[in-house]
Design a protein around this ligand. Structure first.
Ligand code: FES
Ligand SMILES: [Fe+2]
Length: 438
């Protein structure tokens, strides 16, 4: 009896160790997070003659699980100050952060009331997230009546009719309401410099309806103009020069790439995107058919990337990626190999003019071991680091020297023209913002 117990006991320790190791492994790699410290070395360094800094489009603010019911957050990204909150009805709302009474920041101490309202921390005025209206209370959404006073001349404090302040408006007021979408586990916000497009949104983010398994994210901070980052995906030539290393310390194992970039609105898109391997071609055509529509293709650029791994001169195909650049700040990448599928969601958000937050979320086939998805995310971050060394130190090249005989340069010009369409009205908007920046 005693002998049997001793025998079994000798198994307890290895079993326990195995259990603990698996627990640690699971904790580390199940949802692998790579978070870079925001140590912008010099975000104010001049970077040449740049286009506007905050192109029009959908921007990712945060992950869905980072905003609980009744939680309030403040964002001053893209030159806007916005309060974002999740109402008692679980919906996400976004309004201008500064209260129209006396300018308190609703994102700092504001309290969610009832289903869709937020209350100002200064004197308790209530705003409805559904409309932006200042309302009587969170139970009574009738618009509140307001008298508005203004200085005759704020610079010289000129007195008119014996008064410095005059009544300039009487009626209802509201805060600017921003459109938000909660999609693919993210909370996205719509920014447009022109007021008319603030309401009439020309395209939507892609609803991936992801069936794959969420495996983690990387968050990095880059110092450059926003355009540099998506332009990289269309810059075919740099892949075979800058991104040839799989590990930073050796050349024995490396990458080779074959890359295409084409606007989704071009008539020959499907021909250009045809792939020589049938299983990739089927996947690619299905992906194009699923996500491209008549109304959104003007706002999408498609890329295709074949990845080969080279070991000691021997080369083999690993995967193809079909990528959609959707507007100025979102990219969805669909990777397909013989054995697995992976989707990356990339988003870039300018925190300041030259300080861009880059995030990647990875979703994989559920049977793929956690360490493999963690390694994929890690490899992706390694490639990003190669780019960051360039981006963090370069100037923006407004004028380029092209060799138009090459397809790569022709595509890059076409890409720049496409991206420039997202700058409509931004110059005027940003000039006004700069004037207020004191
Ligand atoms: S400043 Fe918001 S209620 Fe007074
Ligand atoms: Fe790159």
């Amino acid at each position: 009896m005693l002998e049997c117990l001793c025998e079994n006991f000798s198994l307890v320790i290895p079993t326990l160790l195995l259990g603990i190791s698996y627990f640690l492994y699971y904790k580390k790699y199940r949802n692998y997070v790579f978070l870079q410290k925001d140590d912008a070395p010099n975000p104010n360094k001049p970077r040449g003659k740049c286009p506007p800094f905050y192109p029009n489009g959908w921007y990712r603010l945060l992950n869905s699980n980072e905003l609980k019911v009744n939680e309030v957050k403040h964002f001053d990204y893209c030159g806007r100050n916005v309060v974002v909150f999740r109402g008692g009805n679980s919906k996400v709302y976004a309004l201008d952060a500064f209260c129209s009474h006396m300018g308190a920041n609703l994102g700092k101490g504001g309290v969610v009331k009832n289903k869709s309202c937020i209350q100002c921390p200064f004197h308790g005025w209530v705003f409805d997230g559904e409309t932006g209206n200042c309302v009587v209370s969170s139970d009574n959404l009738t618009k509140k009546n307001i008298d508005q006073f203004e200085y005759h001349d704020i610079k010289e404090s000129k007195k008119v009719d014996g008064e410095y302040l005059y009544k300039c408006y009487s009626g209802n007021i509201n805060l600017k309401k921003y459109h938000v979408r909660e999609i693919n586990r993210h909370i996205l916000i719509w920014y447009h410099s022109k007021e008319e497009f603030q309401e009439n949104i020309p395209y939507e983010p892609l609803d991936l309806n992801v069936k794959l398994d969420y495996r983690g994210e990387s968050i990095n901070f880059v110092n450059c103009h926003i355009q540099e980052i998506p332009e990289n995906g269309a810059d075919i030539r740099h892949f075979d020069f800058l991104h040839t290393r799989l590990f930073p310390f050796t050349d024995l194992v490396g990458f080779e790439w074959r890359m295409l970039s084409h606007r989704a609105s071009e008539d020959d898109l499907y021909d250009v995107m045809k792939h020589k391997y049938e299983f990739i071609n089927d996947f690619k055509m299905k992906t194009l058919n699923t996500y491209l529509t008549e109304s959104n293709k003007k706002y999408i650029n498609v890329i295709s990337l074949d990845s080969y791994v080279k070991i000691l001169g021997w080369k083999f195909f690993v995967f193809n990626a079909t990528g959609f650049q959707v507007g100025p700040a979102l990219v969805n990448l669909f990777l397909k190999s013989k054995f697995w599928e992976v989707t990356f969601c990339q988003s870039i958000t300018p925190l300041k003019k030259f300080n861009i937050r880059v995030s990647h979320q990875i979703y994989t086939s559920s049977y793929l071991p956690y360490f493999v998805s963690a390694f994929m995310l890690y490899s992706e971050v390694q490639q990003l680091f190669s780019d960051m060394l360039i981006w963090n130190n370069k100037t923006f090249a407004a004028r380029l020297n092209y060799n138009l005989k090459t397809e790569a340069d022709r595509n890059l010009i076409s890409w720049r023209n496409w991206y420039a369409s997202f700058y409509d009205g931004c110059n005027e908007f940003e000039k006004k913002q700069d004037a207020l920046d004191w």
